[in-house]
Design a protein around this ligand. Sequence first.
Ligand code: GTP
Length: 332
Amino acid sequence: MHTRHYPHTSVPPEVLHKWLSALLCALHSIYFLLNMLLIQKLDLGFIQFCAALFAGYCFYASLKKQDRPWHRYALMAILTINILLSASMMDLVAGSIFWSLALPIWYYSLFGLKKGFYFSAVVMAVSAAILFTRADTNLFMPYRTLFNFTLVYISIWLVCHIYEVQRQKISSFLHSLALQDALTGVCNRHALKTDLALIQKQFTHIHMLLIDIDRFKNINDKFGHDIGDTVLLAVANILSKTTEVKEVYRLGGEEFIVLLKDLDHQKAREEAEKIRQAVEQEIFQSHKEDIKLTVSIGISSLQPEQEFNDFLRAADEKLYQAKREGRNKVCF
Ligand SMILES: Nc1nc2c(ncn2[C@@H]2O[C@H](COP(=O)(O)OP(=O)(O)OP(=O)(O)O)[C@@H](O)[C@H]2O)c(=O)[nH]1
């Protein structure tokens, strides 16, 4: 199964990156001026200047929609090095180390759970080491300062972690609601459209099998709607098991779609025939009696630049040809 790209359920990393790079450009510029004009730390000032330039470039690239994932990593790496370097070079009373408390928030928001966790852990270890080795004046007691700093850092880190875990859970729940058919668990029509747009970019030979259960109304009428539902679920399972490529969708009612990638016409027809036979041979159980079913299948082959609706219509025409010719048939 290919990877679907879902919309983000909170602020998307690209948007966050854009405004974060603007903020960092402003902050680095302020620190550049402070270092150069007020405290004459030329080396730090130079680093701040380069960081401000890069953050400005990232903001510009984001505005032009030309930002790349490596921009985020570079931006955060520069910021992290900057903070840790300032903390180790400047007097502790200047408080540069406090900036490292903000890093877990940015790491989790930009890079997600796993990387957020590891990056935060590394920064905590390095910050604590700097604090411990530098807390040597009367103003800072090594253990007490380190103890408080570490606890504050861990509290912020923990909140970020819990928030991100929850966000991911809610996100996958919402996606399953939006893209899965509630009854059968296979993908729904919305997922079909999204997937087809992606598959279309990657594969040249794409076939759609439109599968309709024959005389399904009789099942509902004779055995009841609940048994009808069970039969739909069983058919969905057969489709998922029978096709090697597991792109199975429920279009609605008793209609299903299987998308086949990278198969020629002959192979697509063979796959459809396999499905038809698998359903025909299955015995569906009900409390009254065993149920035998058949399906009719229409196949269409995706033409270059063809729209989704036309692709579907072509399969639909073939499906109705199969129905007209007596059902339990594959038409291409
Ligand atoms: N149990 C159940 N029935 C459904 C569901 N969705 C649609 N149906 C029923 O599916 C039946 C479809 O019937 P028709 O469109 O007349 O087609 P058919 O009886 O399968 O006949 P042909 O397609 O011509 O072979 C209707 O009775 C719908 O009520 C569902 O989610 N559950």
